[in-house]
Ligand binder design. Structure first.
Ligand SMILES: [Zn+2]
Length: 90
């Protein structure tokens, strides 16, 4: 059984305040996240090993965006999202 079989996947966007590394302007950006929400129960015949893994599994979000484009019209450079975790447990 794959880890992904334990979760329902969806995508969400969350606003985040980020500062451009080039011009230092702070703006709010919509960042995409992949949401893996743990299923209520596993269906069908499940081996003991998978049942234990499932019991330990937790819902989490994975950040999809690594770069954003600066909103400052005089800059418009892409910069890396820093200071934000790429995995967040729910
Ligand atoms: Zn900028």
């Amino acid at each position: 059984m794959e880890e992904r079989d334990f979760f329902e996947e969806s995508e969400t966007r969350k606003p985040m305040t980020l500062s451009c590394l080039h011009c230092r302007q702070t703006e709010t950006y919509e960042i995409r996240w992949l949401v893996r929400k743990k299923k209520k129960a596993l269906r069908g015949a499940v081996e003991e090993q998978d049942r234990l893994r499932f019991a330990k599994a937790r819902s989490y979000m994975l950040r999809r965006d690594d770069l954003v484009q600066c909103k400052n019209p005089r800059c418009r450079k892409r910069f890396e999202i820093s200071g934000v975790q790429s995995v967040v447990f729910l």
